[in-house]
Design a protein around this ligand. Structure first.
Ligand code: PMP
Length: 322
């Protein structure tokens, strides 16, 4: 779908995937005016297909657009664009533990070299089948704490899902992999002590009294839709969830004392991932017994059962496509 200041949203169509002609002076190539989303279509237990919370992705896309001074795609157009793409070939949605990953994105397509919001945009959705994220069960990941680089500062674009955030975080993600870890842990940009999130996932901590802690949405972390869903499911299960700042030194101390029994990360791709080990210049530490904790497993199972239509959808999160 195209947007121009003159015509508004227009020219919606579905085509086979092909390279885009991009003018070297397209403003996105120079000023990174680009936002995106990630969500999945699942094959349900009864054979149907459904999107998981596309309305939440639509709203986050609008929030990202506002922050990047881009036009807001109406929620109904966002959801319809995805529904029509998936409906074009339902066989794309794999069964079993796979899913159809959907990547809506929008960028400034105006041919203009100058720092100003563009007058023309292109919105597209890519669909791509993905297999099971965890083959043979969940495996705890190791994470590395970035002491040098931060992901987002107050007043910046941390709460938006824009390419620029990832460009800024790649160097730290590369360092994490160089340290033999799977993901980077970002700390806040001011005090460099509050745990914010991973390179591409939000974080939860499980305490020995069964309660959960997750960093609050202060504007510098991405408001994950998986995070929001897990908070609701944990509360449904009678667990206390506190959205409050959690310091890296506290994390280390709680892991050592046994007050912290589990930690896990969450996002659309892996849904839930246990965190087993933290590598940090100020002292490495492990969490729990090294396996997947009970609460982590339980929340993973509860959410994936809803996504696959194997448990009642009490929150109305599934949008059926048939
Ligand atoms: N934080 C970051 C930086 C991410 O890239 C993602 C993945 N979109 C998340 C958190 C998790 O968000 P969601 O649950 O909406 O996938």
């Amino acid at each position: 779908i195209r947007f121009s200041d003159e015509k508004g949203w227009h020219d919606a169509h579905i085509t086979a995937r092909a390279p885009l002609p991009v003018d070297p002076a397209s403003s996105v190539l120079h000023y990174a005016q680009e936002i995106f989303e990630g969500l999945k279509a699942y094959r349900l237990a009864d054979g149907g297909t459904a999107l998981f919370r596309p309305d939440a992705n639509a709203r986050r896309f609008q929030d990202s657009a506002r922050r990047l001074a881009m036009p807001e795609l109406p929620e109904s157009l966002f959801v319809e664009s995805i529904e029509r793409l998936v409906a074009a070939d339902r066989d794309w949605v794999p069964g079993g533990e796979g899913a159809l990953y959907l990547r809506p994105f929008m960028f400034a397509s105006e041919v203009f070299l100058g720092v100003k919001p563009a007058a023309e945009y292109l919105y597209m959705v890519i669909a791509s089948s993905v297999g099971a994220y965890w083959k043979g069960g969940m495996r705890p990941i190791a994470v590395w704490v970035s002491r040098e680089h931060t992901r987002a500062a107050a007043g910046g674009t941390g709460a938006a899902k824009c390419g620029g955030n990832y460009a800024a975080s790649l160097i730290a993600q590369k360092a994490a992999i160089g340290q033999g870890c799977d993901q980077v842990v970002f700390l806040d940009a001011v005090e460099r002590r509050w745990v914010e999130e991973l390179g591409g996932m939000n974080l939860f901590f499980v305490m020995d009294d069964g309660s959960l802690v997750t960093p609050p949405l202060t504007g510098t972390i991405l408001p994950g839709i998986t995070r929001d869903s897990l908070i609701a499911l944990a509360r449904d299960a009678g667990l206390t969830v506190r959205e409050e700042p959690y310091a890296i030194d506290q994390w280390r101390a709680d892991a050592a004392s046994g007050r912290l029994v589990e930690a896990f990360a969450c996002g659309t791709a892996a849904v839930v991932t246990p965190v087993g080990r933290v590598v940090d210049a100020e002292g490495d530490f492990s969490i729990g017994s090294g396996g997947t904790g009970q609460t982590t497993q339980r929340l993973h199972d509860a959410l994936t059962a809803i996504q696959r239509g194997a448990a009642p959808d009490r929150h109305g999160w599934l949008r059926r496509l048939d």
